[in-house]
Design a protein around this ligand. Structure first.
Ligand code: MTE
Ligand code: MO
Length: 330
């Protein structure tokens, strides 16, 4: 099975590829926005842009949020529509076609729901989802999402920094990595009949990556609770890594000393490394990662966009990897 391969095609002429100068100036602008006074105004603009594109009330539950002050929390790119974000999904527990999660995830029961936080922490605890929702102020963050398959979107998430939860459980000195486990219940998840992955879906981060304020414990999008196909009732979003690092419908967060073996690494270690930072210079063994297809821009004349190092979040996360050979630790 050719899972994890994008079906988009690149029909660009060489002249249509964004000149390097333009690409560089966009990155400079993003850095300015991340840190400067102009940031507030522009971030506000980005947020209004998201709101303006909000569809009529959908019947989901509102999740009020404040504007995030975390550097890098708002990208300037046009936000994808709610329809795009909720109909083109990877959530293999509900099937491997992009339309399967939207069709099948209604069987996921999101209440009652608990998240066990355990391992190398002084205060291990099982959190009820409604308690977790109120642990810290909910913030809106407009992030790029780059799938390893070569497509991307821009999503107005709602959540708070994973660091808020991590601080409360007080990791010990042995806590070097954090592992995230998705629910695996064949009664609710028809995709578990397929052996495309070893269930449950497990992902992990180094603890300093998990503490980076952009790493988001995510409860909603477009101002409302997460739709099931996007990982309700709680998921991880790590915007500078390929999308598969952002596990959905999380039931366990475990602090460990040794680097965990993640589901995608186990399935294809040569193709999906532990780090999986977005990097246009490190190709997937079966396709280039230099460019991406922005969902919502596809069509006969749509151009692929250049993929940015760390998905455009280099100013915020680059120093986490200082001295690391990004080709070796991909
Ligand atoms: N449990 C689980 N989490 C998952 C996946 C999955 O199949 N199962 N797919 C990942 C991939 S490949 C991507 S690109 C994103 C997609 O998130 P979205 O559907 O909200 O856009 O979820 C990630 N998290
Ligand atoms: Mo993905």
């Amino acid at each position: 099975m050719h899972f994890h391969r994008d079906r988009g095609h690149d029909h660009r002429l060489p002249s249509e590829i964004t000149p390097r100068a333009v690409y560089a100036s966009r990155r400079e602008m993003l850095k300015l926005i991340a840190g400067g006074a102009a940031g507030a105004a522009l971030a506000g603009w980005a947020q209004r842009d998201a709101r303006a594109q909000m569809p009529a009330p959908s019947g989901r539950s509102a999740l009020p949020a404040v504007r995030s002050s975390v550097p890098g929390a708002f990208v300037m790119d046009k936000v994808n529509s709610l329809a795009d974000i909720t109909s083109y999904n990877n959530f293999y527990e509900f099937g491997t076609d992009k339309s399967d999660p939207a069709r099948n995830a209604h069987t996921l029961k999101v209440r009652p729901w608990t998240v066990a936080v355990e391992g190398e922490v002084r205060k291990p605890r099982v959190y009820d989802i409604d308690e977790l929702l109120k642990l810290a102020p909910q913030e809106e963050r407009i992030y790029r999402l780059r799938c390893v398959e070569g497509w991307s979107m821009v999503v107005p998430w709602v959540g708070y920094s994973l660091a808020e939860l991590i601080r409360r459980v007080e990791p010990t000195a042995n806590a070097k990595f954090v592992e995230f486990t998705t629910l695996a219940d064949a009664k609710q998840m028809p995709g578990l009949r397929s052996s495309v992955l070893d269930w449950p879906y497990v992902e992990a981060l180094r603890i300093d990556e998990a503490m980076q304020p952009l790493a988001l414990l995510t409860f909603g999008l477009y101002g409302e609770l997460l739709p099931n196909q996007n990982g309700a009732p709680v998921r991880i979003v790590v915007p500078w890594k390929y999308g598969f690092k952002s596990g959905k419908s999380i039931v366990k967060i475990r602090f460990v000393e040794k680097q965990p073996l993640t589901s995608w690494e186990r399935a294809a270690p040569r193709e999906y490394g532990f780090y999986s930072n977005v990097n246009p210079a490190v190709d997937h063994p079966r396709w280039s990662q230099a460019t991406e297809r922005r969902i919502g821009e596809d069509g006969l004349f749509a151009k692929r966009r250049p993929t940015l190092l760390f998905n455009g979040y280099e100013a915020q996360v680059g120093q986490l990897y200082a001295g690391l050979d990004l080709k070796k630790f991909y």
